[in-house]
Design a protein around this ligand. Structure first.
Ligand SMILES: Cc1cc2nc3c(=O)[nH]c(=O)nc-3n(C[C@H](O)[C@H](O)[C@H](O)COP(=O)(O)O)c2cc1C
Length: 331
């Protein structure tokens, strides 16, 4: 019997297929379908720093203006009892998911400043989240901001969050660091239990009619998985934390390559938005069949066997083949 189980962030998972943060993981109905199809865990849609801060400001403003108008009314309750913020709804959703599903539920926080909103992590933990993913979607657009400053923001955010929670914390990173491997190592030293490589940055487009910048969301393609696979192969065995491959995992062969490179799990988003939550069952079956054909007894056995530390030709993962690749064009 082929064993698909894997360990991720200290959680024992049935298999390495984990739907990542998206609208699909935010509704209980689809979450149930994902679980039924074989998802081993899921990452909830992110709770955004801006939303939390905005709600806090609005609430303070509301309380303040009511207090001015009803200063002498001692029994006055400025906040309606049925008021529920997005944070409240999010916490409720975690509780609901935890009682309805048997797979681990990973909460996701999105933000970059360390303004105190990060203690929200404690509430997510109390609501029952099994782990926390910190999605730092930050575009370093200011020429005055150095790479070291950007990296320190990530590290500070992680350190602050770790002070509030005891559940595992993983960082979802973009590939845009001068030294990805070093950044992952520093995050590990700062207490990260894992990294998700890599976040996709959405590229705004220019509307040629209006000359406005318009937001543009395009789902990923399989080709995008290669940069993830390469970096995972480069760092597996040289850092000691969990690794999730995220971005461009559409086909079973992409998933197999990520596992061979050393990923503990592969996150799935675009492929499930395109094919529906049930598609996980197809990927799981194909993964199982491939392992069996190749005579692997388990995912653990294959994991990392083509990482830099184990590859037959590790130099091919680095720069050595650059000249040959360029010269091979058109041959
Ligand atoms: C519609 C949509 C919503 C998303 N929402 C979030 C989110 O709330 N938080 C987050 O960390 N990533 C979010 N993502 C990113 C995905 O989790 C994933 O990392 C990215 O799409 C790359 O994976 P893929 O190639 O499988 O789509 C979203 C992606 C899409 C397409």
């Amino acid at each position: 019997m082929t064993d698909l189980s894997t360990e991720y962030l200290g959680l024992k998972l049935d298999n390495p297929l984990v739907p990542s943060s998206s609208p699909l993981t935010g509704e209980l109905d689809t979450a149930r379908k994902l679980e039924d199809a074989g998802a081993a865990a899921l990452v909830l849609p992110s709770l955004f720093e801006q939303t939390i801060e905005h709600e806090q400001q609005e609430l303070e403003c509301f309380v303040h203006s009511q207090a001015l108008g009803h200063y002498e009314a001692q029994s006055y309750q400025p906040v309606p009892e049925d008021y529920s913020s997005e944070l409240d709804n999010h916490l409720e959703r975690i509780q609901q998911f935890k009682s309805a599903l048997s797979i681990p539920v990973i909460a996701s926080l999105n933000g970059i400043s360390a303004n105190g909103w990060i203690d929200t992590g404690k509430e997510l933990q109390q609501a029952g989240a099994d782990a926390l993913e910190l999605n730092v979607y930050y575009i370093a657009a200011d020429p005055d901001t150095s790479a070291a400053e950007v990296e320190n923001r990530y590290l500070k955010l992680l350190t602050d969050l770790r002070q509030h929670v005891t559940i595992p914390v993983t960082m979802k990173l973009s590939s845009q660091f001068s030294s990805v491997a070093n950044m992952v190592f520093k995050l590990q030293q700062a207490g990260a239990h894992g990294v998700s490589l890599f976040n996709r940055f959405y590229q705004p487009d220019i509307d040629l009619e209006t000359l406005h910048i318009k937001p543009h969301l395009e789902l990923s393609s399989s080709m995008e998985s290669l940069v993830r696979i390469r970096w995972i192969a480069l760092i597996r065995g040289r850092v000691d934390l969990s690794i999730a491959a995220t971005g461009g995992f559409h086909r079973t062969e992409d998933i197999i390559k990520a596992l061979l490179a050393g990923a503990d799990v592969t996150h799935l988003c675009s492929v499930l938005l395109q094919n529906g939550p049930e598609y996980i069952a197809v990927l799981k079956q194909e993964l199982h069949d491939w392992l069996e054909q190749q005579e692997y007894t388990s995912v653990t056995q294959m994991k990392g066997s083509v990482s830099r530390s184990c590859a037959i030709n590790p130099a091919a993962l680095e720069h050595c083949n650059y000249m040959h690749v360029i010269r091979s064009y058109g041959q």
